[in-house]
Design a protein around this ligand. Structure first.
Ligand SMILES: Cc1cc2nc3c(=O)[nH]c(=O)nc-3n(C[C@H](O)[C@H](O)[C@H](O)COP(=O)(O)OP(=O)(O)OC[C@H]3O[C@@H](n4cnc5c(N)ncnc54)[C@H](O)[C@@H]3O)c2cc1C
Length: 391
């Protein structure tokens, strides 16, 4: 094995970064690994809805990075990477701290994209982080005036918009009139047909209004303006607008032009930057060249994290790197309090059983932290009887 003088640096400790770090550690005792993240805690985003509805406690799904990396031999620094100098293989962090690297993995995830639509940044809530969750909860706790100012508009009928609408309905009952705005003619455009059908039925049953073929053109402090396919504009007053209409990659600044597609870093199928083979980019920030079909999910980020660990070892040993192949193990969606829909693992189920199974599957994906596992284990024992026959 070649000796490497500097640590392997992983920027971003979400689904991709954690998996890269832990798999690198498991297979290679002699690598020095440094992980940098601007936050103190991991955020298990697929269960953000359940934390919002208090079905799950925040500590169960937001362990500290210190606890994840304790006794692993991996060094964790809490800091924000602002700039990457590819000529000097150097990261510039906040407070002008500098970190050199020989090999780098970028896994900085994504944040909401307002597509430069007027008023989104100023007046919309987001649902992407714990901070967003807390802000939204606070905002929805305010009193409404029924009939005139109790409308919630959720923009975007992707999984985030649909899952959130169902939780809000169950949590706040009839306090709000809920509208989902979708610019195409369908909800859940990239989802499995079973989950889509289950979601459509649930939306109808929960009396959630769906406005299709309409785009948001402006939001002011009082009104949201929509335009339909016939160029007709309609304005509505609102209590809250929640923006779940799209995401963009979180990227530090670079000193070099690198190839991008839709602002995502373009990588080869071995997950390396095309211009810098010692740099890998995984998860929401990257796109494999000539492959537009990969979903932007935790599932992809985790598999890429594991694969990058393998390819880094091959690269360091001057061996041939392997192409990444995504193994689609299915899709799970929460559809209100205590209900979900699953299409995958050879199953298509919905309802309470799907909700419990979804939680068990996610629990098994949690980074191995004693406390969280303990809570999952006790929950599992409580529920075990209902899984006879399928597990
Ligand atoms: C509400 C919600 C529900 C979702 N549900 C599902 C689901 O059911 N199934 C599914 O597969 N996917 C789901 N996703 C998508 C999934 O969460 C993302 O695809 C996944 O988190 C991407 O992993 P990642 O490693 O690329 O980034 P992330 O997991 O977002 O991690 C990025 C990390 O980088 C850090 N970071 C960012 N910039 C910097 C910087 N400059 N310096 C240092 N650190 C930095 C961040 O603090 C963060 O910890 C959901 C997303 C949301 C928002």
């Amino acid at each position: 094995m070649n000796n490497i003088k500097k640590p392997i640096v992983i920027v971003g400790s979400g689904f991709g970064g954690i998996n890269a770090a832990l798999h690198l550690r498991n297979n290679n005792d002699d690598f020095s690994i440094l992980v940098i993240d601007s936050k103190t805690n991991f955020e298990f985003k697929p269960l953000l809805y359940e934390v919002f509805s208090s079905e799950i406690k925040s500590w169960e799904v937001n362990p500290t990075f210190d606890s994840i990396y304790a006794n692993s031999g991996i060094t964790f620094i809490r800091n924000h990477v602002q700039f990457i100098d590819f000529d000097r293989n150097l990261l510039i962090l906040q407070d002008d701290l500098k970190v050199e690297f020989e090999y780098l993995v970028l896994a900085t995830g994504s944040s909401p994209n307002d597509f430069s639509i007027k008023g989104v940044k100023e007046y919309c809530s987001y649902f992407n982080t714990n901070k967003d969750r807390l802000n939204l909860k606070k905002s929805l706790a305010k009193p409404t005036s029924v009939g005139t100012n109790n409308k919630i508009f959720i923009v975007g009928a992707g999984p985030s918009g649909v899952e959130l609408a169902c939780k809000v309905r169950d949590l706040y009952k009839l306090k709000f009139e809920i509208y989902i705005i979708e610019k195409t003619s369908e909800i859940l455009n990239n989802s499995k047909s079973f989950n889509k059908e289950e979601a459509e039925k649930t939306i109808e049953r929960k009396n959630i209004n769906l406005i299709k073929n309409c785009s948001v053109i402006e939001i002011t402090d009082e009104e949201i303006s929509l335009i339909n396919n016939f160029n007709q504009v309609e304005k509505f007053s609102y209590f809250e607008v929640i923006w779940t209409a799209g995401i963009k990659p979180n990227l530090p600044e670079f000193n070099k032009q690198i190839q991008r597609n839709n602002n995502k870093i373009l990588i080869n199928n071995q997950l390396q930057l095309k211009e810098f083979p010692n740099v890998f980019a995984i998860g929401d920030i990257s796109q494999i060249e000539n492959n537009n079909s990969m979903p932007v999910t935790a599932q992809v980020a985790m598999q890429q994290g594991e694969h990058v660990a393998l390819n880094l070892k091959l690269l360091i040993n001057n061996e041939k790197l392997l192409p990444f192949k995504f193994n689609d193990i299915g899709e799970m969606m929460s559809l209100g309090i205590g209900k979900a829909s699953i299409s995958g693992l050879g199953l298509t189920i919905s309802g309470e059983l799907a909700f419990d199974l979804r939680r068990i599957i996610y629990a098994s994906k949690m980074p191995k932290i004693r406390k969280s596992l303990k809570s999952t284990a006790s929950w599992f024992l409580e529920k075990k009887s209902i899984f006879k026959g399928i597990l």
